[in-house]
Design a protein around this ligand. Structure first.
Ligand code: SF4
Ligand code: MG
Length: 337
């Protein structure tokens, strides 16, 4: 059984003044045990909603969510409690989930108590050390910690129940650039040491490509491209992924350069009124008539690396035009010159 098996999840919610927001529309994704799935997209693409469905903070309107072979979208209280020990969420801002009047040690002991696990100072000290904090920090209050220390505490709280899977929702985005690498290194180390499965969510393709095995790119509630990390990050096929890649490759953070490179302009449309056909069509430099009326399905594409080897795993793409170009190339290769 895979660590995560999400099938056809749909999540719409009513937003005052906006209407029905299509946070997720027919999203399916599978993560094998011990692997890292990176999920990339701009804010509002549905990444955080997916994180909340994976950890049962929300339930889908349709579709199923399985974690290590157990359905969690419809789980009752008992199985749900066991499931919460299996999969844990690390938030972007750990401060928001910490009680400012609770000392660090008490914040950790609380998590252990809720799950009926031993919560003595030894275990608390062990958890702190596991995330690179000294045990003496147990006496401090959250506001006495640096941003990096707070995120280490957030990770320690997630690890307290000895989970198999961590869902990391922009875990370093709120941190100073100088401490991001430290936290990323810690995560890489913990994953190896504990054999964890990760779902790593970020708006930054450059960040994700460093340690994902597979990358899914989301746009307005849909996966538009998914495949082996090197195929998606180095030779992306979807015009939107190419735009993200261009933004990564161009050191100047002003978007103008990326726009010049890719032809992608404008803002992400409101998810309460997603465009017809391909949701990316209003911003896509390759858009044709068919893109405005027909929604492209997420289908496998044959992909080989420049060196002729085939990346392991399937590469799937939701784009009419790029898929057609593939078909034309294949046809040309088959017909005699
Ligand atoms: Fe662009 Fe059309 Fe492909 Fe959508 S389907 S990404 S609009 S070319
Ligand atoms: Mg988010």
């Amino acid at each position: 059984t895979p660590a995560i098996d999400v099938r056809g999840v749909v999540r719409h919610y009513r937003s005052p003044g906006r209407g029905v927001v299509h946070a997720l529309d027919d999203v399916s994704v599978r993560v094998e045990r011990g692997r890292v799935l990176g999920i990339v997209g701009e804010s509002g693409c549905g990444k955080s909603t997916l994180a909340r469905l994976l950890t049962r903070l929300e339930r889908p309107d349709d579709g199923t969510v399985e974690v290590l072979g157990t359905r969690i979208d419809n789980a009752k209280r008992g199985p749900l409690r066991r499931m919460r020990r299996t999969i844990q969420l690390v938030f972007q801002d750990p401060y928001a989930s910490l009680d400012p009047r609770q000392r660090v040690g008490a914040a950790l002991a609380e998590v252990l108590d809720v799950h009926g696990l031993p919560s003595g100072p030894d275990r608390v000290g062990e958890l702190l050390e596991q995330v690179g904090l000294v045990a003496a920090l147990a006496e401090r209050y959250p506001h006495q910690l640096s941003g990096g220390q707070r995120q280490r505490l957030g990770i320690a709280r997630a690890l307290a129940v000895r989970p198999d899977v961590l869902v990391l929702d922009e875990p370093v985005s709120a941190l100073d650039v100088s401490v991001r690498a430290e936290i990323m290194n810690l995560l890489v180390h913990l994953r190896e040491e504990l054999g964890l499965t990760f779902v790593f969510i970020s708006h930054d393709l450059g960040m994700v490509r460093h340690f994902a095995d597979e990358i899914a790119v989301m746009y307005l509630g849909k996966i538009v491209e998914i495949g082996p990390w090197d195929a998606v990050s180095d030779e992306p096929l979807h015009p939107y992924t190419r735009a993200l890649q261009a933004a990564v490759l161009i050191p100047d953070p002003t978007r103008d350069a990326a726009v010049a490179e890719t032809g992608v302009t404008g803002e992400v449309p409101d998810a309460a009124a997603p465009p017809t056909g391909c949701r990316f069509h209003p911003r896509c430099p390759l858009a044709e008539d068919v893109c405005r009326t027909e929604e492209p399905a997420l289908l496998p594409v044959p992909v080989f690396r420049k060196d002729g080897t085939q990346p392991s795993g399937e590469h799937r793409l939701a784009c009419h035009v790029v898929r057609r170009r593939f078909a034309e190339t294949a046809e040309a290769a088959q017909s005699p010159a």
